[in-house]
Design a protein around this ligand. Structure first.
Ligand code: HPA
Length: 280
């Protein structure tokens, strides 16, 4: 599915079909918070689910091809807040265009969402980070070799050259830290770097990204965060540090190991996200 740019002309028609379908199923739900659930973290949407829409049934919505990522938009009232969850996201490495990867964020904006919580599974580059720990994303490095905003700009949606000096909203990071400390959940804070994947990094690449200032490495989040920032949405990013990145750990990496670590971290992750929603 190719959505050329945000909304002009063809993009507008594509979006219209998606929005009309979602509204026909959700009525006046009007979500205020959206959560993108990363690898192995989709369970939150099983526990809190008022309305579930399969991606495959939503007109013009892409479908995910990755193990551990189901494909549903889930709507639920949590702690008095109207929340929309993406159970499964779209990755650049799947062969999707950047427009497709970020299409759900544009849909969220159109539905009136103000705050996006973006989560992911990541490799720990900072040698002090332990597997199954959580990291609040302070900033990111886009190392994907492209940018989701490339193409003609719709000035009604955002600036041609959008400011990225605070992609991850400071007050939300503070809320997340306070919630974690109240719940006694240890959290790190650091810089996330996105590479395209799907191959995990070599030890030399991990060395490089550490030198560049990254604390965690992954294959997602940055396109969605750039788009949400462009659309002037509040953004919170949380990484589940599933493994020590290649070379930092002496053992090889596998997606199975990543999912197992996400599984271990998910209790704390769910508690933290729920507390942030209630607070936010
Ligand atoms: N590298 C990139 N992406 C990842 C990793 C990793 O080590 N672990 C989980 N997602």
């Amino acid at each position: 599915m190719y959505c050329p740019i945000l909304l002009p002309e063809k993009g507008m028609d594509i979006m219209k079909g998606t929005i009309e379908y979602i509204k026909s199923k959700t009525g006046n739900f009007n979500p205020e918070i959206a959560i993108i659930l990363g690898s192995g973290l989709g369970e939150l949407a099983d526990e809190y689910c008022d309305i579930k829409l399969a991606y495959k049934d939503i007109p013009n919505f892409p479908v995910s091809t990755v193990k551990g990522h189901s494909g549903n938009l889930v709507f639920a009232e949590i702690g008095g807040k109207k929340v929309m969850m993406m159970q499964g996201r779209f990755h650049y490495y799947e062969g999707h265009s950047m427009s497709t990867v970020t299409y759900p964020v544009k849909v969220m904006k159109k539905l009136g969402v103000k705050t996006v919580i973006i989560t992911n599974a990541a490799g720990g580059v900072n040698p002090y980070f332990k597997p199954s720990s959580l990291m609040i994303i302070k900033d990111h490095i886009n190392f994907m070799g492209t940018n989701p905003l490339i193409g003609p700009n719709d000035d009604n949606l955002g600036d041609r050259f959008p400011d990225m000096s605070e992609v991850y909203t400071k007050s939300l990071r503070e809320t997340a830290r306070n919630c974690a400390s109240r719940l006694n959940i240890p959290v790190e804070e650091g810089v996330y770097i996105a590479l395209t994947g799907p191959a995990y990094e070599t030890p030399a690449e991990v060395n490089m990204v550490r030198t560049l200032g990254a604390d965690a490495v992954g294959m997602s989040t940055v396109p969605e965060a750039i788009t949400a920032c462009y659309l002037k949405m509040n953004v919170l990013g949380i990484s589940c540090i599933c493994n020590s990145a290649a070379g930092i750990s002496t053992v090889g990496l596998s997606h199975k190991e990543v999912l197992e670590a996400a599984d271990k971290a998910k209790t704390g992750f769910k508690k933290l996200v729920l507390e942030i929603i209630k607070e936010g």
